[in-house]
Design a protein around this ligand. Sequence first.
Ligand code: ADP
Ligand code: MG
Length: 253
Amino acid sequence: MTATTDPVIRLEGLRKSFGSLEVLKGIDLELHRGEVLSVIGPSGSGKSTLIRCLNLMEEPTAGTFAFQGRPVSLKFRAKAPAIGAGELRRRVGMVFQHFNLFPHLSVLENITKGPRIVLGESREDAEAHAMQLLSEVGLADKAAAYPAHLSGGQKQRVAIARALALRPEVMLFDEPTSALDPELVGEVLAVVRRLAQDGMTMVLVTHEMGFAADVASRVIFMENGAIAEQGSPEEILRAPKSERLKGFLSRFH
Ligand code: ADP
Ligand code: MG
């Protein structure tokens, strides 16, 4: 069991129910270092629930979940070799559809808060890293601004910088551009694309099929709480097998 060959994330038979509603019905999934996995599927198919399980924002109700070969525990802290929810959330970053920035904090404070509290970084180190991340997302000049004064695309780029500030090993994106005006989508996708090129391991729920085809190493099509079809972007997006996937994709042409 070595860290280099274990998948970063491995799910076996993962299930999630909300009361009597079973939303994930046995998901098997391996995510390897440097892979970009795109998750597509109709609304309500369980895409968000699946990626929220990957950093335990939702607790799976059954199945196994391993992170770099270590069993994931639902407890905040766990005894080695298990990994607890606290450590998992630090190592698996998340970007949401609606940005979720802290409105009362400046851009710089939004980014430095996590590293200062969670990683115990000094203000100086956290600010230097935040400024580096802000220049990488093209927003160095917005450090002192408040979220209310930013466009949606700028807010989402700050949210990405904030997630990266915790130096995650995996980044999760849940429809990061679907709340944006069309003219702002490109600037956010450019940042996601750069991360992919830099080798970040990512899971991306998206309706941007062209973008998924471009950046993904693998695409999974979810339907009704299960993985209905998976393969390379070519196989899934250009040569879909099932009628359901064909029907789903036809809505995007
Ligand atoms: P998707 O992201 O593919 O649109 P979701 O994972 O958000 O799908 O939702 C899958 C199903 O789970 C939907 O039927 C949704 O209503 C239900 N669901 C999601 N979150 C909750 C929750 N917190 N409580 C109850 N039902 C939920
Ligand atoms: Mg969703």
